[in-house]
Design a protein around this ligand. Structure first.
Ligand code: NAI
Length: 740
């Protein structure tokens, strides 16, 4: 591979390069080499003296002529870098775009520190730091829009190590490194890379300082190849600093001692404690090479007050080296471009085949044959119009992460009406929240899908970005659709299906083209012995099992599904879904039968509550009427009027499990947290804050004031799970019936 790579020359066909200060010295060498490699070059030079005085067009003109004489493409620009817009405009006028900038122009006004005048200081800052800023900013949006850019900043060893008589110059030169570091982060997602060089070369700037034989060894031509490589499209280097001269190149990075925590949690920090720990603070044994400031900082906060040391290897601890840059303030709440999804009957049929429907089962025909009288879309098809929202994450500001390390962790889908079998759906996609799990970041993406003005479904994709944690964010969020574990008893029903060898090849035709599911070599890079099935495909199988077992394949009964993807599935393996019925909620887990590994955990399907199906009897039947029904119906009526107000006041979800002869006979939920507040029959669709379990009789006793709720609680008649304090808020709701 290396042999093949090195045989490929680095060319710059159709690339437009701007080199500032290219009338001589290093800049001229860069311009000549870029032109020789096929680039169109803007040769900028103000043509002044080395102290920043004077002006002439001849320096730039000479280099342009030199390039043209050799058959290359070049135009001259005579503006000062302080007028960056004009220089970039020259590139746009001549070549229509700008791809590469080498910020190279420079002057010197050396003085020992005491003798530096304001002008000495200001001129140096203006040409080096402000000039590079002005030129780069003028080109930035063009680079962003074309999703390509390469930028070089020119620093100096005088800045890195200090140099007598160059205080002004050192400050400006290291300022450029700071600028480059941040541009490297901000530009990354637009394929704009920014690197810094600290060159040494014989030029008019150094000819009075260095002897001739040294000048001969340090030709500008011995620096230029590094600049050209860093600016090539195949170079992935970003945010780095290089020393270069005489044909030698070295890369620099930061090193930091492990340091010492010199205060105890909640205690004052004293100068004495700093002094007493000085040796350890400065001890470079086991030093680390931090890539970002978050690397250690988060860990320090966590460990304050414990006696633990900062770990030598941040990747082995709970906090990993962050290769990412997550700025939750910038990213959360961000809306992505709407997704428009137009489809015919073909897509729902393809989806049904993708999740294992087959004509062998006559029941399945209504999902596979468009002229079947009951032709329907499988409910989990609801993920398909929304899924491309996942591929747009790279455009979200504040979310600079390695997208090759993003795993699909969990999925929630809720349907508000059956999906149309064809049409155009529009999805709105928002970053709902970002959680910091230390080893990674959880990104919650909420997608609402509309048919015209009607909301048809809502998806929450929960993505785990490995290595992107440690940015100091929160660990939990009330936006999360939480997983729920199944009851502790053998499953009420089990269904299984053998997936086909081509299951992933078929499923991907629904629009998830990730090669992980089809390309063996790609899968191997991800550490899988062969391509794996899409998690959402396994979810489709499981949902199908529930729909068949508990809803007779009636899609109108399907309300919502939540799953966590725990392990990969290989096409050809058997998926076995275990189900537990608890009211309208069907808890489930799916295993690979061949190895007994659980692949979907904490999962459930919520069915519509109109039909009550007893646990051990598959046939539909209307449930027995309970005395408590009247009370709940009355509360429901009242909430319709005042629900919105109560959401503000109460902000909690209550669930009642009403028992009859020792078994749950009805479930009711009052949701005073979401939307405008509502009461519905069935288990809470979002996690309940408080769940009350009691018999129908005791419920009536309490609401009629004959049984004191506290007594009921202490005597075990009333069981309260979750936040007991919330139950006090119920007074507001139940006023007359008041006591629960
Ligand atoms: P040079 O003096 O040969 O080249 C600098 C060029 O920039 C000159 O042609 C000059 O006319 C031009 N220039 C100055 N002010 C300008 C402005 N306002 N607008 C447009 N052009 C302007 O010097 P050299 O050595 O080639 O330096 C190139 C860069 O490398 C400079 O930034 C310098 O600070 C840096 N550098 C050079 C080192 C060396 O050993 N030669 C050491 C460390 C850094």
């Amino acid at each position: 591979m290396a042999g093949i790579m090195s045989a490929v020359p680095l060319l710059f066909d159709r690339k437009v390069v701007l080199v500032t200060g290219a009338g001589g010295g290093l800049g001229r060498a860069y311009a000549l080499l870029f032109a020789e490699r096929g680039a169109s070059v803007v040769v900028n030079d103000l043509g002044g003296d080395i102290k920043g005085g004077g002006k002439s067009s001849s320096a730039a003109d000479r280099v342009v002529e030199e390039i043209r004489a050799k058959g290359g493409n070049a135009v001259a620009s005579y503006d000062s870098v302080e007028e960056g817009e004009k220089i970039v405009q020259t590139a746009l006028d001549a070549y229509g775009k700008i791809d590469i900038i080498v910020n190279n122009a420079g002057i010197l006004r050396d003085r020992s520190f005491a003798r530096i005048s304001d002008l000495d200081w200001d001129l140096i800052q203006r040409v080096h730091l402000r000039g590079s800023f002005k030129v780069t900013r003028a080109a930035w949006n063009h680079m962003k829009n074309q999703k390509y850019g390469r930028i070089i900043m020119t620093a100096s060893t005088s800045g890195i190590y200090g140099n007598f008589g160059q205080a002004n110059y050192s400050a400006a030169k290291l300022g450029l490194l700071g600028l480059a570091n941040t541009l490297a982060i901000e530009g990354r997602k637009y394929n704009i890379q920014c690197n810094t060089i600290a060159p040494t070369a014989g030029s008019r700037l150094t000819q009075t300082i260095l002897p001739q034989d040294i000048l001969d060894a340090f030709k500008p031509e011995f620096v230029a190849p590094l600049v050209v490589w860093l600016c090539h499209e195949s170079c992935q280097e970003n945010g780095s600093l290089f020393e270069v001269g005489a044909g030698w190149i070295g890369k620099l990075r930061w090193e930091r001692t492990l340091g010492a925590i010199v205060r105890q949690k909640n205690q004052q920090m004293t100068p004495e404690a700093v002094r007493d720990n000085w040796e350890q603070i400065c001890d470079f044994d086991n030093a680390i090479k931090p890539k970002s400031y978050q690397d250690t900082f988060y860990e320090v906060l966590n460990k304050l007050g414990t006696n633990q040391e900062i770990s030598t290897n941040p990747t082995s601890g709970p906090v990993q080296t962050s290769t990412s840059n997550v700025n939750p303030v910038e990213a959360i709440g961000k809306k992505m471009p709407s997704i428009v999804y137009t489809y015919t009957h073909l897509q729902p049929i393809l989806y049904a085949l993708g999740v294992g429907m087959t004509t062998k089962d006559p029941d399945h025909l209504k999902f596979l044959f468009e002229r079947n009288e009951e032709f329907s879309c499988l409910p989990t098809f609801g993920v398909i119009p929304a899924q491309s929202g996942m591929f747009d994450l790279a455009s979200v500001p504040g979310l600079i992460i390695d997208f090759t390390k993003v795993l699909h962790g969990e999925q929630y889908l809720e349907l508000y009406k059956p999906l149309p079998t064809s049409g155009t759906l529009k999805s709105e996609c928002t970053i709902a929240d970002i959680l910091d799990k230390g080893s990674g970041a959880v990104i919650l993406v909420d997608i609402h899908t509309y048919n015209g003005g009607d909301l048809v479904c809502y998806n929450q994709f929960s993505l785990f970005a490995v290595g992107a944690g440690g940015f100091g964010g929160k660990r939990m969020s009330d936006k999360v659709k939480v997983i729920v574990h199944p009851p502790n008893r053998p499953p009420d029903a089990v269904m299984s299906d053998v997936t086909s060898i081509n299951q992933a090849a078929l499923y991907r035709l629904n629009g998830d083209w990730n090669p992980l599911h089809i390309d063996p070599s790609f899968a191997a890079v991800g550490g899988f012995r062969q391509p794996i099935l899409h998690g959402l495909c396994s979810m489709g199988f499981a949902a199908r099992h529930v729909l068949k077992q508990y809803a007779n394949n009636d899609v109108t009964k399907f309300k919502a599904i939540k799953v966590r993807f725990a392990k990969p599935v290989i096409p050809g393996q058997t998926l076995e879904t275990e189900m537990w019925k608890e009211g309208n909620r069907i808890h489930l887990q799916t295993k690979v039968k061949e190895n007994n590994e659980v692949v979907l955990t904490g999962a459930y399907v919520d069915l519509e509550d109109t039909v009550y199906k007893p646990r051990d009897n598959g046939t539909d039947m209307q449930r027995e009427e309970l005395q408590s029904d009247v009370v709940f119906t009355e509360i429901s009526r009242r909430i319709k009027d005042v629900g919105r107000e109560m959401v503000k006041k109460v902000n909690a979800i209550f669930q009642w499990d009403i028992t009859k002869e020792g078994r749950t006979a009805a479930q009711w939920t009052i949701d005073l947290k979401n939307g405008s507040g509502e009461l519905y029959q069935g288990a809470a669709r979002h996690q309940a804050d408080t769940t009350f379990t009691l018999s129908d009789e005791d419920f009536m006793q309490i609401v009629s004031g004959k049984l004191n709720p506290q007594k009921a609680f202490f005597s075990g008649k009333l069981n309260i799970k979750g936040n007991i304090m919330h139950s006090q808020k119920l007074e507001v709701i139940l006023k007359d019936y008041a006591k629960l």
